[in-house]
Each structure stands twice: as C-alpha cells, then as structure tokens.
Design a protein around this ligand. Structure first.
Ligand code: DQA
Length: 163
C-alpha cells in the first residue's frame, strides 16, 4: 500500500514557525517518524510539500492510479481552496486531513475547513502525533476497502457459478 503525504504552505517552516502553536518538530522530523511507523505496517509513503495551490492540485491529480490513499494538511488552503477540494473529490481516494493545531478553538476564519468535505476523516489538535493517528486511520480504511472488494468478488464469483 502506498500513501501520499501532501503538506501545504508554510509547513516547511515547522520548527521555526509559531512554536507555541505548532511545537518544535520540523517537517523532516515528522516525516522521519511517519516513515518508521509506516514501515512497521508495510506501508510506503511519498512526501510532498508546496506553498503553491496549483502545485498541490497537480500533485493530488497525480495520485490517481499511483497511490492508495492521501494524508493531507492543506494548511491555510484548508479555509479557502475550492480547487484543492475539487481535486480531492475528483481523484476520490481515501483521504485523511490533518491539522497540527485544533483549528476549532482558534480564530473564527480557521474554524471552517472547506477541504474536509472531500476527506474521509479529519484529525486536529494532537500536534505532530496527528500524522501518526492518520496513518493508523488510513490502515483501517484501506483494510476495510480491501475486505469489501474481496466480498464483492466472492459474491460475483458465486453468482457466476450459480448460472
Ligand atoms: C494548520 C492550521 C491552519 O489554519 C494553518 O493555516 C496552518 C496549519 C495546522 O496544521 O494546524 O498552516 O493546518
């Protein structure tokens, strides 16, 4: 199973940026930790960060047929981007949105996520540990998808045999 981890604007500044909100870990450190836990569950991760909305849209489109799921922190685009929301809906892959901070107890403009309507689930407020939680959630979702596929295949095979 392969998962794309897509990080939005200013997340490349983690470790420097507003440490009282986002903590001291850098994005590279977060990704290293994720690699460790993904390896344990036999998952492959691909990392991407961009400060540009269009580049994020391109990356999401590339995910179609190349990965099994998406973990995304759209950062500030969470609250504004119809383009990212549409791209996620277009590829229609299992998607988990992550926010390091609890956006629901911050400024009013951060309390609404536009992009979340194209996500399977959302994790917010657990700091960088939220990415680990997203990996656990993604494993569960992908197992369910696989089990459902198998059941459908078995039902189709049984139907074919009965004919
Ligand atoms: C963020 C929350 C956003 O409101 C903010 O613009 C970010 C980071 C988070 O991870 O908590 O850049 O997505």
């Amino acid at each position: 199973m392969k998962i794309a981890v897509i990080q939005g604007p200013n997340l490349n500044m983690l470790g420097v940026r507003e440490q009282h909100i986002y903590g001291p870990m850098t994005l590279d450190q977060i990704h290293e930790q994720m690699k460790g836990s993904a390896a344990q569950s036999g998952m492959e991760l691909e990392f991407f960060q961009s400060n540009l909305e269009g580049e994020m849209v391109d990356k999401i489109q590339e995910c179609l047929g190349t990965v099994d799921g998406i973990i995304i922190n759209p950062a500030a685009y969470t609250h504004t981007s119809i383009a990212i929301t549409d791209a996620l809906a277009a590829v229609n892959l299992p998607t988990i949105e992550v926010h390091i901070s609890n956006i629901h107890k911050r400024e009013e403009f951060r309390q609404k996520s536009i992009t979340a309507q194209s996500s399977t689930g959302v994790v917010a407020g657990f700091g960088p540990f939220g990415y680990h939680m997203a990996l656990i959630g993604m494993t569960q979702i992908l197992n369910e998808v696989q089990a459902q596929k198998q059941m459908q295949e078995q039902a189709a095979a049984a139907q074919a045999e009965a004919k």
